[in-house]
Design a protein around this ligand. Structure first.
Ligand SMILES: [Zn+2]
Length: 229
């Protein structure tokens, strides 16, 4: 009797999910429309587009793609960002601008010192596993106040010092304690955490559906330098 009751329920569920899927197939923007530029379906293509976008920005010829009202309407129903970025909260590192991208292109998490916390891991799992971002960039920058403060280790107001323990491993791995060297090491440490601490992200990397890379944004030149893993 239980089975008899369950069977139609399952069938209805399956029918509903099939309906939802076919509705989604019609309603969702095509991958071509959801990307800033056609063909961003691999981690390498995503990386090349970010490098190219930063070059356009630095050379003063940004396209400013996907910033029209039509694009906003296109991505209102669903998003499929081609890359995810964890950057510092610094006001001088506006991620979409420095990579010359627009609405629906980048899934961005920001925290002072571009640190990885459980909430950031959860967000990045969502951006990659659920939304399908092909590239995950940890973006540090020159002149980072969070890095500077973590090296100094001085007393700070409120909960600011909670940031320091996340940056401390990079400080310890940098014998010179030189600020820019620590900032670069911090990018490597945080990228390593994202790669290793999340089985979801590690799985996507193993399947070659995702690449995790680090980069450093130069506050004075606007240029992003990708770091070797
Ligand atoms: Zn910073």
């Amino acid at each position: 009797m239980m089975m008899a009751q369950e069977q139609p329920t399952l069938s209805r569920r399956r029918a509903l999910s099939l309906l939802t899927l076919s509705a989604a197939a019609v309603a969702l923007p095509s991958p071509l429309r959801a990307s800033a530029f056609p063909g961003i379906f691999t981690p390498d293509a995503a990386l090349q587009e970010l490098i190219a976008g930063n070059r356009r920005f630095v050379e003063g010829r940004p396209v400013g793609p996907n910033r029209s009202m039509a694009r906003i309407r296109d991505v209102a129903a669903a998003q499929s960002p081609f890359a995810a970025v964890l950057s510092c909260a610094d006001s001088r590192v506006p991620v979409e601008i420095v990579f010359d991208q627009g609405f629906g292109d980048l899934f961005v998490c920001r925290a002072a010192g571009n640190i990885v916390t459980p909430e950031i891991i959860g967000s990045m799992e969502f951006g990659t596993r659920v939304l399908g971002a092909k590239l995950l960039v940890v973006l540090g920058h020159t002149g980072c106040g969070a890095v500077k403060a973590a090296i100094a280790g001085d007393a700070v107001p409120g909960q600011i010092s909670t940031l320091f323990r996340h940056i401390q491993p990079a400080v310890e791995r940098t014998p010179t304690r030189e600020m820019e060297a620590v900032a670069r090491e911090n990018v490597r440490v945080q990228a390593g955490l994202l790669r290793d601490a999340s089985p979801v992200i590690a799985g996507l990397v193993r399947e070659r559906k995702l690449q995790v890379v680090g980069g450093v944004y130069d506050l004075s030149t606007g240029r992003v330098t990708m770091l070797p893993a």
